[in-house]
Design a protein. Structure first.
Length: 294
């Protein structure tokens, strides 16, 4: 008798629980939250004019459900502690248009202002609604002004990428007339913190070269020696790790083939390293191979 009473009591308790769970299920089906998207654009910003040659970084637009977007800066090389950022109707940094591209909020110099540290670094952000979706902002110019309203930087908005991988097809260094004929690829895969894996698979270079250098350089072309420039790194954030001590080396076998990788950080992310030259050095430090990251 006591056992049957216990079973009945459990059944009585179970009914409200089942009803409550059913209510929660109905609620989850009828209540809808805004769907999160990865609708975003990014512009790689470079300095305008010789005086701003060191300026580099990115401006990113990330869209909200109401059509507004967050504009975030990650720029260094600024010479002014403050300034503004404006989206214009231009589509080139060669011939710059200063006409704001907006039909809602105004680039009034307050909402779109940025601040920079004495080191010339800005990680500012602001919310804006131009009335245009990412489709229409695609390809438009992002102009960076200093505190005197002079243009110091420019970039073109493009699609943000999720898989941040760059590759360079290696060839002969400009001006090299020796017997080696470098070929192969360098692949650079970025992590969320901008550190990256530098992977190389090259041949046609010096045999049995142990601990020889391979680096990303500051230049963006392999057309001439002058355009390749020296090591590429951001001295505000990190020391030059394009050294043997930093692990930026390769070793070849008896056939002049190198296949390996190392992890490194040069203070720049995917966008800033894109289009930069990769250089293969021989044992004596001379340059034998070159390719551009794409």
């Amino acid at each position: 008798m006591k056992l049957s009473q216990g079973i009945l009591s459990l059944m009585a308790i179970a009914k409200p629980l089942s009803s409550s769970a059913s209510s929660r299920r109905r609620l989850s089906k009828t209540s809808k939250s805004p769907k999160a998207t990865k609708d975003s654009l990014i512009a790689t910003v470079h300095g305008v004019g010789v005086a701003n040659d060191a300026l580099v970084g990115t401006t990113t637009l990330r869209y909200n459900p109401d059509g507004s977007f967050l504009v975030s800066l990650d720029i260094l090389g600024l010479k002014s502690n403050s300034g503004t950022v404006v989206i214009t109707d231009g589509t080139s940094c060669g011939t710059i248009s200063e006409t704001p591209f907006t039909k809602k909020d105004s680039f009034d110099g307050v909402v779109n202002a940025y601040a920079a540290l004495d080191e010339g670094v800005s990680r500012s952000a602001f919310r804006f609604n131009s009335g245009y979706t990412s489709k229409y902002n695609m390809g438009k110019s992002m102009i960076v002004y200093d505190s005197s309203s002079a243009i110091v930087g420019c970039g073109i908005l493009g699609s943000d990428v999720e898989s941040k991988v760059l590759k360079a097809d290696m060839g002969t260094y400009p001006g090299y007339t020796g017997t080696y004929k470098p070929s192969g690829t360098v692949t650079v895969t970025f992590n969320d913190d901008d550190t990256f894996t530098f992977q190389f698979k090259v041949k046609g270079i010096e045999a049995n070269c142990s601990g020889c250098g391979i680096h990303i350089h500051a230049g963006t072309s392999c057309a001439t020696h002058e355009l390749v420039k020296g090591h590429g790194w951001n001295s505000v954030y990190v020391q030059d790790l394009w050294t043997a001590a930093g692990g930026a080396t390769y070793s070849t076998d008896s056939k002049g083939i190198a296949d390996g990788f190392f992890n490194i950080y040069n203070g720049y992310g995917y966008e800033e390293n894109k289009h930069h030259a990769v250089v293969i050095h021989m044992a004596d430090g001379s340059r034998v191979g070159c390719g551009v990251l794409m």
